[in-house]
Design a protein around this ligand. Structure first.
Ligand SMILES: *[C@@H]1O[C@H](CO)[C@@H](O)[C@H](O)[C@H]1NC(C)=O
Ligand SMILES: *[C@@H]1O[C@H](CO)[C@@H](O)[C@H](O)[C@H]1NC(C)=O
Length: 188
């Protein structure tokens, strides 16, 4: 019996050696030590607020309609797509310190109400966060007082980020708007 088990164990070992050296395209990923990426430390929870300026009007719009909504849905914006390179500032005033940009797009994704899909990167430009990003992908029922959207990832200091934002509209004029993004980010 012991002999048989030993025999089987050797067989399994041999098989695994053979399969790990065979280049069949199936073993493209391997497990590595978390320590190699500094992931031994506990995750940190960061909180900050930035103000997102969606400027559609004026001579220098940062939010541009690249696809108007389907005519039938002109009140809910269903089918409309906006590409943005919006300023993110430290205070609610558009003239306050620029912290970064919100780059990406949003689109009308609901037929019967205003329900946007937001897909954007916050690219930070200041201090140690310069160049780091977080990615927000979520549903924005823009007429609600508070909208929660997930943070699905990040780069740089925000590698492995996850979390959520709470968006609150602070100011609107026609289609232009300033929205407070209160961000809660878990990262290493
Ligand atoms: C920003 O500054 C400009 C010029 O100083 C001024 O005209 C404008 O009203 C200011 N905007 C806001 C939102 O404070
Ligand atoms: C941020 O990084 C860019 C590119 O590396 C650099 O040109 C810029 O001066 C940096 N800004 C600040 C505020 O550190």
């Amino acid at each position: 019996m012991a002999k048989l088990i030993f025999f089987l164990a050797v067989q399994i070992l041999l098989l695994s050696v053979v399969s790990s050296t065979r280049d069949d395209g199936e073993n493209f990923a391997r497990t590595i030590d978390r320590k190699l990426l500094g992931l031994r430390r506990k995750e940190k929870l960061a909180h900050f607020k930035v103000y997102w300026h969606d400027m559609i009007s004026g001579p220098n719009p940062t939010s541009i309609i690249i696809q108007p909504p389907v005519k039938k849905y002109s009140t809910t914006y269903f089918g409309g797509i906006f590409m943005i390179d919006n300023a993110l500032t430290a205070k609610v005033s558009r003239n306050s310190t620029l912290i970064g940009k919100a780059q990406g797009f949003y689109a009308g994704a609901a037929q019967k109400e205003l329900g946007l899909i937001m897909a954007m990167n916050f690219v930070f430009k200041t201090g140690k966060y310069n160049g780091s990003t977080i990615t927000i992908l979520g549903r924005n029922s823009a007429m609600s007082e508070v909208r929660e959207m997930p943070i699905v990832g990040g780069s740089g200091l925000f590698r492995f980020a996850r979390g959520y934002v709470e968006a609150r509209t602070k100011w609107t004029r026609n289609l232009d708007a300033t929205v407070e993004y209160s961000c809660y980010v878990l990262h290493y």
